[in-house]
Design a protein around this ligand. Structure first.
Ligand code: BES
Ligand code: ZN
Length: 457
């Protein structure tokens, strides 16, 4: 084991240079103009996996390729434990470009941070595991378990191809648990094991008005304005206490137990700090819940994009022909995505005024995830976190979604260990995304320890 730790220490410079190469691919899964960049990124990744001693393959899918990489299988009389390491090489769109202090796909190191789209979400977090395994392979240190990396290119758009892949390769992917570093921790002094993720439903609403944009002087006053109608429609969906007013929206939501609320109260950070970090005048959330609870244990209805009318320079006096909103709702354990989707759609149809035509386009969806953090693998993970970060880890629910995690459970029967390496100020999905080099290095140590700790069970 010492050889592994020494190797990691001695090879950080090279690891960082390779990480930069990985970050240069604009692997933006939401934008079809980047399809070739995703393929090139998958090819680079597979080649890199081979280079460090893994047996790597690229699997084409209906969408973006999936990369798998396995450790050399060791002959043994007893069945060796097998773990999957899941990650994704696709990234969110980098727009708006003008807010980046350096181009999103030209990694820049400033102090102990590396700035680039995908640095924390998820290339860096996942790469830390690859570097740890490289250290075992290159030093000839026996790994106490077999590993399979599964790194996909569609996580940020709902992981549509991966379920089919899991079903097809069910036997080869049969494992004790899935290790995922694609979440966060409150601070480097509070390494965290996640035990829940929120689910999600995505859709777009368009309100169609006049057949074409109209002169707002010639027609304004006698015709409904789709942008105004959409604003009024959306504004009705949330009350002043932050509750979503859609009938059936909260069906199935289980209240937090007193024990969980106690755990929440132990999380570091104040509302004042949160407010400052995100740059808002004042926080807003569902009344009766702390901000941490609101961010991870409560469902939400969010407008992600709102488009209508003229967006160019100067003014243009028109009544726009249409208005559109891109929406996602975060779901919590026990909410059914289809039930919530139907409740939302039925309500929108009911309250839509007769002056506009409502069009709804359904997008991806995934259930929330919740696992008891008391199992043996969870305990091993906590020990590995403590060894790497030198602080007592905490247990936390995560507010984001990793759509495939429920499929790991349903198709493979495997729970996921959420060992997040991201920090709250990493700017995931925002301009100037970064990853802390301390988290990168400690993440490698955590992974190196993890395989030993898991093997003890
Ligand atoms: N890394 C995130 C998930 C995450 C972030 C979990 C922070 C917990 C805390 C992941 O890459 C992600 O962004 N997922 C998407 C999924 C969606 C597009 C289906 C998300 O949560 O928005
Ligand atoms: Zn993401």
């Amino acid at each position: 084991m010492q050889a592994v730790l020494d190797y990691l220490k001695q090879n950080q410079k090279r690891a960082l240079a390779e990480f930069c190469e990985y970050l240069r691919f604009p692997s933006i899964s939401a934008q079809s103009q980047h399809d070739d960049d995703l393929t090139a990124c998958a090819q680079w990744l597979a080649a890199h996996c081979k280079h460090i001693g893994l047996d790597a393959k690229i699997h084409s899918t209906a969408g973006h390729p999936i990369v798998t990489a396995t450790t050399p299988r060791v002959k043994s009389k007893t069945k060796r434990p097998h773990y999957m390491v899941y990650g994704h090489y696709d990234v969110q769109p980098p727009e708006p470009f003008n807010l980046w202090t350096s181009p999103p796909f030209e990694p820049r190191i400033v102090g102990r941070n590396i700035f680039a789209r995908g640095s924390t979400d998820n290339k860096g977090q996942n790469f830390a595991h690859l570097k740890a395994v490289e250290a075992y392979l290159k030093t000839g240190t026996p790994l106490p378990c077999d590993l399979t990396f599964v790194i996909e290119g569609e996580e940020e758009v709902g992981s549509a191809s991966l379920s089919t892949f899991l079903k097809k390769h069910r036997r080869a992917l049969d494992c004790e648990a899935v290790v995922i570093s694609d979440t966060g921790m409150p601070s480097p002094k509070h390494p965290a094991l996640g035990y829940s993720l929120r689910g999600i439903i995505a859709f777009e609403i368009t309100l169609h008005g006049p057949a074409r944009d109209l002169h707002s002087g010639g027609f304004g006053g006698a015709v409904d304005n789709p942008a105004m109608a959409l604003s009024q429609l959306l504004a009705q969906l949330r009350d002043k206490n932050g509750r979503i007013t859609i009938p059936g929206f909260y069906d199935g939501v289980v209240p937090l137990s007193a024990y969980e609320r106690k755990q929440y109260a132990r999380l570091p950070g104040t509302d004042a700090e949160l407010q400052k970090m995100i740059g808002v005048k004042k926080l807003f959330g569902e009344r009766g819940f702390s901000s941490s609870e609101q961010r991870s244990a409560r469902p939400t209805f969010e407008i992600n994009g709102l488009t209508s009318g003229y967006q160019g320079e100067g003014s243009k006096t028109i009544i726009p022909s249409w208005a559109r909103a891109k929406i996602t709702c975060r779901l919590v354990p026990n909410q059914k995505p289809e039930h919530v989707r139907n409740a939302v759609l039925a309500h929108l149809k009911k309250i839509c005024p007769p002056t506009v035509r409502l069009e709804i386009e359904a997008g991806h969806g995934a259930e929330a995830y919740l696992v008891s953090p008391t199992g043996k693998a969870a305990q091993s993970s906590l020990r590995a976190l403590k060894q790497a970060f030198g602080h007592e880890p905490i247990l936390m629910r995560e507010g984001g979604s990793i759509p495939i995690v429920n499929q790991f459970k349903k198709i493979l029967g495997a729970d996921s260990l959420l060992l997040g390496l991201g920090l709250p100020d990493d700017n995931a999905h925002s301009p100037n995304e970064k990853f802390s080099l301390d988290c990168f290095e400690k993440g490698q140590l955590m992974s190196a320890h993890l395989w030993q700790e898991l093997a003890k069970d």
